[in-house]
Ligand binder design. Structure first.
Ligand code: WT7
Length: 646
């Protein structure tokens, strides 16, 4: 591949936690060789009420994954009380920047303590105790991390549902984990949308969610919403009538901390379950190392807290490090395309973490939006969620970072809890498009189709992990068998990521994308089976097959091939009804970008859809369709290429 390397800036390396590639390599080797010793040293970063008896107990064949067995701790205590005890109570935990530039707030660690303790008492008053599940359906408001920390404080398990999900998706997630309480807000604001109906979506969901006993509603906009007597409670009213202290529950290292649903290759999302000790340590230590965090830094991650990036790198990782972060409610293009850079300028952000899709969208608008703001505070730039291509990498490096900030391209997954493959900003030379090298304690391998390890570099393969790390998910909530089948069955003895990757001559990893039926649309993971299921519910639709195609801004776009029932005409009304159905079933982010109506889908004689052919058509790779002789009706391919609808 032989791509140009970009060395870490000397000034940064000098004061960095890891200063050279040699530092990194030695520590990485040691971290694998003496894995338990390594992690037990690192575990001293956080405060334990009781020390663990055994560092790890791992068996991928069962699978059984346990870290810091017998240890007791509390995540909210580690993220708040610990810092106050160390005299940092007046440090800012969060700057909150509203959707409208005129709205902002700040919250010190002392204030966060008060809010979290009070809200923990509110939860207790509403009959929530250790082990109960609490669903969070909110936008980017300070009450969201406050609610997460309060759950953690009393040992309740939170399940956050991204605020764009529809009421049907919300209902299914609530029911899967039988949440007792739902926390939401009246309405939400995002960009030009100033009335996102959070509470009324929640109302529809709860009608079919028998486990919900109560709801708590944050008044964000003051829009009128229906409040059901005795069931629905206003956050601000509840919080005033409780004590400002709440003892943190002593949690076992392996007690669940949260569930977060993510899409897989089947129609139903899985509840990824993370536990207390290992997850916190992994989020804490990766944040500190990969962003080279110092107490003087102002950190901003633009992700939504409703996804894993927000859990690990807005809430838990930064707070555990006593960081000062920005939480942003809005979008990059409101009120104009300079908004991100206004915020960097306003708060003097030094560590900035965003998604390639946002960079592509901003790059398209020209350089002047960034160049007219003061971005000199920036020190480290990060990306996450999807492969970053060379043009946006270089734009980020030159225009945003003025060639003085290393870019940490961080590869990881909801399942991994924290970053797995990434440069260390003071140590690792970077190459555009590469997440570079594994983090400490991470042992990636490339496998061939038969599960043999591919030795040597300059090879493509399937990305798997040979050993566990503390942040690894522990189970699929309520379905350990599915956990086993999804990640540990295809290749015995490994955790299989579902991604393909290439390793170059320096051992650097270039992630090539999912090898299963999962799409990555603007950094959001969407299962093709889910979208197909949703389209299939639209009136008149007989069958749908969904594939990804290269999209300039979104990375991948959603391309749907749809057959209609006999006698149903192709027209714009049917297209509208498909959009509406997908929005209702999943949410607007899963709407197809393109729909091609067709009289037939390419199926094998056993009835399996050959997606390879559809992917080629969607991406206009028409030259080589490969072997189509196994199709029941090979003439379908020509019709699809010509776009015949009949
Ligand atoms: C999938 C995980 C990790 C938080 C956000 C997404 C893709 C993630 C990168 C990267 C190339 C990446 C992978 C992965 N992905 N980061 N730096 N380079 N691809 O979490 O929704 O669980 O999705 O996102 O395909 O498997 P997620």
């Amino acid at each position: 591949m032989n791509k140009k390397k970009y060395n870490p800036p000397q000034k940064l390396s000098l004061n960095a936690n890891y200063k050279s590639l040699k530092d990194y390599s030695e520590e990485h080797k040691r971290s694998l060789k003496e894995n338990d010793v390594f992690w037990s040293e690192k575990a001293e970063r956080i405060e334990w009420f009781k020390k663990w008896k055994k560092v790890s107990d791992i068996d991928f064949t069962l699978p059984k994954i346990e870290w810091f067995i017998g240890g007791k701790l509390n995540v909210s205590y580690n993220c708040i009380d610990r810092h106050i005890k160390n005299g940092k109570g007046d440090a800012i935990a969060f700057y909150w920047e509203g959707n409208d530039p005129s709205e902002s707030k700040k919250l010190t660690y002392n204030q966060l303590y008060d809010k979290v303790c009070r809200f923990s008492n509110v939860l207790k008053n509403l009959n929530i105790s250790k082990g109960d599940r609490v669903c969070l359906y909110m936008q980017m408001i300070p009450e969201l991390p406050i609610a997460m920390l309060s759950c953690a404080r009393i040992g309740a398990v939170h399940s956050a549902v991204f605020g764009a999900f529809s009421s049907d998706s919300l209902r299914d997630r609530i029911n899967d984990s039988k949440c007792k309480l739902l926390i939401t807000q009246d309405t939400g604001v995002r960009g030009t949308k100033n009335n996102i109906p959070m509470k009324s979506n929640a109302d529809v969901a709860i009608e079919q969610s028998p486990s919900i006993e109560n709801t708590i509603v944050v008044m964000r906009t003051g829009e009128k919403v229906h409040m059901k007597n005795k069931r629905d409670h206003w956050w601000h009213e509840q919080i005033d009538s409780v004590k400002p202290h709440c003892e943190p529950e002593h949690m076992d290292a392996e007690d669940p901390l949260f569930i977060l649903y993510t899409s897989g290759s089947t129609g139903t999302p899985k509840g990824v379950m993370h536990t207390t000790g290992g997850y916190l340590l992994y989020a804490d230590y990766t944040f500190s190392s990969i962003f080279d965090h110092k107490s003087s830094d102002i950190y901003w991650c633009t992700a939504d807290i409703g996804w894993i990036t927000g859990h690990s790198y807005i809430t838990y990782g930064p707070l555990s490090n006593c960081a000062t972060s920005v939480i942003f409610e809005g979008v990059p293009n409101y009120p104009d395309f300079g908004r991100f850079w206004d915020i960097v300028d306003k708060y003097q952000v030094s560590l900035f973490y965003t998604a390639p899709t946002a960079l592509r969208a901003l790059m398209k608008e020209g350089d002047s939006w960034a160049q007219s703001r003061d971005l000199s505070s920036l020190r480290v730039l990060g990306t996450v969620g999807e492969p970053i291509k060379e043009p946006e990498w270089k734009w980020y490096y030159k225009i945003i970072g003025s060639k003085k900030c290393p870019i940490v391209d961080t590869w990881w997954q909801t399942e991994t809890g924290g970053i797995m493959i990434s440069p260390l900003p003071g140590a690792t030379p970077t190459k555009p498009g590469s997440a570079t090298l594994p983090f400490f304690g991470v042992d990636p391998v490339l496998l061939d189709e038969n599960g043999n390890e591919i030795i040597g570099n300059n090879k493509n393969g399937l990305l798997a992990m040979k050993s566990s790390w503390p942040g690894q998910m522990r189970t699929v909530y309520g379905d350990h068998q599915r956990f086993k089948e999804t990640y540990f069955t295809q290749f015995k003895g490994y955790y299989f990521t579902g991604d393909g990757a290439k390793r170059d001559e320096d051992g650097y990893y270039f992630i090539t994308g999912r090898v299963d039926d999962v799409l990555n649309v603007s950094g959001h993971r969407i299962g093709t089976a889910e979208v197909e299921g949703a389209i299939g519910k639209a009136d008149g639709v007989a069958e749908a097959a969904v594939v990804g195609y290269n999209h300039d801004i979104k990375g991948q776009g959603i391309y749907a091939f749809v057959t209609l029932m006999t006698g149903i005409e192709v027209n714009s009304a049917i297209e509208m009804s498909i959009f509406k159905t997908v929005t209702k079933e999943i949410g607007p982010h899963a709407k197809p970008d393109k729909i091609q109506f067709t009289s037939g889908l390419p199926k094998t004689r056993s009835g399996k859809i050959m997606r390879r052919i559809l992917r080629n058509i969607a991406n206009s790779n028409l030259e080589d369709m490969g072997d189509i002789s196994t199709l029941a009706d090979p003439s379908v391919v020509d019709k699809l290429i010509k776009g015949d609808q009949k």
